[in-house]
Design a binder for this molecule. Sequence first.
Ligand code: G
Ligand code: G
Ligand code: MN
Ligand code: NA
Length: 257
Amino acid sequence: LWLGNSLRYAVKALEKGQCQFQLQYQPIFCLQQRKLIGFEALLRWHHPQQGLISPEQFIPIAEETGLIVPLGQWVLERACQQLAIWFEEFWAPVSMSINVSSQQFLQPDFVSSIQSLLNGHQLPGELLKLEITESVLMETTHHVTDRLEQLQKLGLLLSLDDFGTGYSSLNYLHNLPINTLKIDRSFVWGIGQGQDQIVKTIIALAHGLEMNVVAEGIETVEQAQYLNLLGCELGQGFWFARPLEPDDAKKWLLTLK
Ligand code: G
Ligand code: G
Ligand code: MN
Ligand code: NA
């Protein structure tokens, strides 16, 4: 209960410009060239007494309480602001991937708020990737389809996060404008542990549907090499880089120069 109350307080405080939240940025790489292609924005909460609280703990509470709507909007704004700074400074097509909860995605003004963020920061939509989960796609589907298509018209790219861990129905996959499948880290960790066929099959499925693949949670060189061998285009994980503060993330941008 205390967690819910302090979360409410922390989200309220955002309006007053008091910020207990922070974004870290985890680099995403092209596996073949080991070249930076983008970042995933990851939310962190620094509780004044409890210290750092993991999103695994507070995101579910934010979702139950509806606080994920204003908090998710803050994440979008912050991430776009950071992306605009980097885009202006480096002029490189480095993308920003942002996790979006289903409740946030289903807000009536979601698409228009994305549009005004893009306009406000003069960002090409192509640089923004939204990571949604299978649970979003399970919602009353025609609204979701409309919304995905509107976002696609703005140029945004759409990724399906944690793929393989939710209630996948292969039915929607080929009907929806999803650009990327993210292979859940549990499968990546299963490489060499009896899950190789699953990983191969997910990659083949994605390619068959003309989607590209990001493998997450890559922790060893063997995993990176094997995924590259299978034709998985992109990857992220501690072996490449942890989620980073903006200044450290910027060091990766400098490698592109
Ligand atoms: O960064 P970390 O591995 O601790 O994240 C744990 C979980 O929290 C992941 O599943 C991630 O998708 C989720 N998460 C991190 N940041 C955000 C965010 O800004 N919004 C939402 N909805 N989920 C997030
Ligand atoms: O669910 P989502 O894919 O958004 O989760 C991203 C989370 O995974 C982030 O919180 C990040 O800290 C974590 N993460 C990223 N790379 C690795 C990794 O190589 N190993 C582990 N254990 N966690 C990782
Ligand atoms: Mn994610
Ligand atoms: Na994931």
